[in-house]
Design a protein around this ligand. Structure first.
Ligand SMILES: Cc1cc2nc3c(=O)[nH]c(=O)nc-3n(C[C@H](O)[C@H](O)[C@H](O)COP(=O)(O)OP(=O)(O)OC[C@H]3O[C@@H](n4cnc5c(N)ncnc54)[C@H](O)[C@@H]3O)c2cc1C
Length: 493
């Protein structure tokens, strides 16, 4: 007999689990179970020496007042005392022939810049931007109205790739790569990435801006934990769930690695979706197996390799004032993605984030905190022996830093701290299958509509996290939170 002390048990203390936990704890007794001693999942930080590093996240879209992403965090008491800041520029992007700084929230300025670089494509640029704006507007409306009735652009381009859209409007391959820079944030090249998915993130960042808490993601996480505790609910670290005990079509208890069994009326999984269903014991096995088989047919997002650097120099003194820099070795995005799959890092693009150029909480004066990320495929790393893995990791750091020295001259001279994370690290730390960065692969909006529901064949088990609608990225996870919260509230009434 399991004692039921909680209305809701949430598995996984990432931003999804904590935000839904914080909202529910206002009128329910909630327990959040996190396997690590620290909370936040990909939205956590870590300290090394005198430097503080963001584990993963560097910019968030949609985090502005009166927008759902912001409102959800506000309702979850996550933003108390936090200033949401904006980098001065959206990003700087470097290609073999171009070095462009994209302005924040200034579509006209960006257009004018592109017109001056590609005068023959003025009309084409205007046309593709108009289409992408319509796709954004319709996608946003779709998520509210749950209908595609007023969505002529989604109906026209919903099954099309970004590549199709680019080829339809733009002639110059260099311009295509410049416009499509955010493909990296979706983890898929234009040939595989849905035009709608790209258009949404492109418009939201380019027109509405990029945001970040000036005290780091961890301040959002800490606020939610203290709110949950203040509301009389519990948040437990070092509490890995390894079994979900079912009876018929309901979960009755979670079992922790330490042997504890805990019961509740409702269970929400904010962890890897495959792991969730593999952990279920004694349930209606046929249904669960079918469900799992169906899930396994869908592609998951790629992982990443990340370098974290603590430098004993303020890079602003070297004239580097940017926050986010994309470094592209060429224009062929499909080829760059293929190189990421093969882990040929000399041929892949990087995103360099200089956190200390945005806020001064990451290191002391006269120092810098930098991270460099590249898409990276998991299976390659998994197959290596321990010795090969260590060697490849060091080689990769060298390859990446050598290429980055074009914009971070003499970087080696100033390194106090140097750490690297591979797809295996991502998987180990968060439990996301194959170190998936965003949960499911962002292929097509129409596919997402079909299968990523927060409800499951188990009546009292719900899914939040980047594995459910609306999917990957902080903004997507928070919109999923809202969906699960509303669903549970409707059930209560
Ligand atoms: C390198 C990288 C860069 C990124 N950059 C950005 C960015 O700039 N902007 C952006 O919007 N998004 C970014 N993302 C994506 C974003 O971080 C994620 O989509 C989002 O944080 C996922 O949140 P989540 O709550 O769904 O899950 P997670 O963060 O994966 O949290 C899951 C939590 O569950 C815990 N857990 C797992 N298994 C168990 C278990 N059995 N028992 C108990 N606890 C368990 C884990 O330890 C973890 O804390 C990035 C991701 C990566 C990897």
């Amino acid at each position: 007999m399991v004692r039921k002390k909680y209305n809701v048990i949430i598995i996984g203390g990432g931003i999804g689990g904590l935000s839904i936990g914080s909202l529910l704890s206002k009128n329910m007794k909630v327990l959040i179970l996190e396997k690590n001693s620290t909370f936040g999942g990909y939205c956590s930080d870590f300290k090394k020496g005198e430097f503080e590093f963001e584990s993963a996240v560097h910019t968030i879209n949609g985090l502005y007042k009166n927008n759902p992403v912001y409102t959800i965090l506000e309702k979850a008491d996550a933003l108390k005392g936090i200033r949401i800041t904006q980098p001065k520029y959206l990003y700087r992007t470097i290609f073999p022939d171009y070095d462009i700084t994209v302005p924040q929230k200034n579509l006209d300025g960006y257009k004018r810049m592109l017109f001056s670089l590609f005068p023959k494509e003025e009309e084409n640029i205007t046309d593709i931007f108009d289409v992408m704006k319509s796709l954004y507007t319709e996608t946003k409306r779709f998520h509210i109205e749950k209908s595609l009735k007023r969505s002529p652009f989604i109906l026209k381009y919903g099954r099309r790739s970004l590549k199709y859209l680019l080829n339809r409007f733009i002639k110059d391959d260099r311009l295509k790569a410049i416009i499509a820079q955010y493909w990296l944030y979706r983890g898929l090249p234009p040939g595989k990435l849905a035009a709608t998915t790209f258009s949404y993130i492109w418009y939201d960042y380019t027109v509405n801006g990029s945001y970040f808490p000036d005290t780091g993601m961890v301040s959002i996480i800490k606020n939610m934990i203290s709110s949950i505790k203040k509301n009389g609910s519990d948040v437990l670290g070092d509490s890995e769930v390894f079994r979900l005990q079912a009876k018929g079509d309901k979960i009755v208890a979670v079992e922790l690695k330490n042997g504890n069994r805990l019961g509740a009326d409702i269970f929400i999984s904010n962890i890897d979706v495959f792991n969730t269903f593999e952990m279920i014991e004694n349930g209606n096995n046929k249904d669960i197996k079918l469900y799992l088989d169906c899930l396994k047919k869908n592609a998951i997002s790629i992982s990443a390799f990340k370098i974290y650097l603590g430098l004993n120099i303020d890079v602003r003194d070297l004239g580097i004032k940017d926050y986010e820099i994309f470094l592209n070795p060429r224009y062929d995005m499909d080829a760059m993605y293929e190189a990421s799959i093969k882990n040929e890092f000399e041929k892949t693009p990087y995103v360099i984030t200089i956190c200390s150029n945005l806020a001064n909480v990451f290191c002391k004066k006269g120092h810098s905190v930098i991270s460099i990320g590249a898409l990276s495929e998991y299976d390659y790393w998994r197959k290596l022996s321990r010795a090969e893995y260590a060697k490849k990791k060091e080689e990769t750091i060298d390859v990446i830093l050598k290429r980055c020295s074009k914009i971070l001259p003499d970087v080696y001279k100033y390194i106090d701290v140097k750490i690297a994370a591979t797809p295996l690290t991502m998987e180990r730390y968060t439990g996301n299958s194959k170190g998936s960065v965003y949960g499911w692969s962002k292929r097509s909006l129409l596919e997402e509509i079909k299968f990523m529901s927060p409800t499951t064949p188990i009546k009292n088990l719900f899914l939040s996290s980047h594995w459910t609608k609306i999917g990957g990225g902080v903004a997507g996870v928070l919109l999923s939170t809202d969906r699960v919260y509303n669903l549970l509230n409707q059930k209560k009434q």
